[in-house]
Design a protein around this ligand. Sequence first.
Ligand code: PAF
Length: 280
Amino acid sequence: MTIINKISELEIWLRVNHRDHESLGFVPTMGALHRGHLSLVRYSQADNHRTVCSIFVNPIQFNRAEDLAKYPRMPEEDIRMLEREGCDMVFLPSVEEMYPEKPRQVYRFGPLEEVMEGAFRPGHFNGVAIVVNRFFRMIRPDKAYFGLKDYQQYLIIKEMVRQDQLPVEVIGCPIVRESDGLAMSSRNLRLSEKQRATAPVIFRALSAARDQYRSHTPESLENYILRFFADIPECRPEYVSVANADTLQPVKHWSDARSAVVCVAAYFGEIRLIDNILLY
Ligand code: PAF
């Protein structure tokens, strides 16, 4: 596996290793890789001749300085895992390489960014869209793979690709979970033992919601989910949203949405976890 830090070296690698008629798959990450990321690498390998992965903790998508400072970084271990997976190349640029100047682009995603993560993390999706756009323009992949745990991010990236008319197919891949249901996330590493033991309540609540939604209105389903968190002192839910899976706008009546998703963000101590489940 080739390890590249500079955009100029990336250009050369692509010229030498990537033929026009062959397809290139891309898995963008912020490192601290887990089985969820590796599943994206495998999806890419199954679909493409070559797979490129990036590891870059993108400062402009963090809206809390502390979250950025404490984001887990373990590049050597990440590289070993990607090597073992048979990834062809990993791109690990520095912040200066990605942002020689302060980026000024402002994306407008409309109602899609006015809810959930967009509402609670101002500027987050603009930072995600800028960095993914830059990677897409540098690497020029045919297909790019994203975990559906970040469901809103997946829709935002599809929208960015549509607005900028980029020739990339954005593929959402199933959430990978621990055996107790906790969705894999690099942030899980920061949970205390007690927080880690209680965090699977998110998936228990979401699974129960999926099983029970027919006997609820969307509003009463949100309250039903919140009750799972009520008597867990470690857990502080930030939002529970029953949303249209295409637009992410709140669902008032089940018949209004072709497909509906429940999205949750909850703090365990200072660690913020998100998860979601498709209802129908
Ligand atoms: O999902 C992530 O890890 C990040 O938001 C991404 C897509 C790599 C952009 O920095």
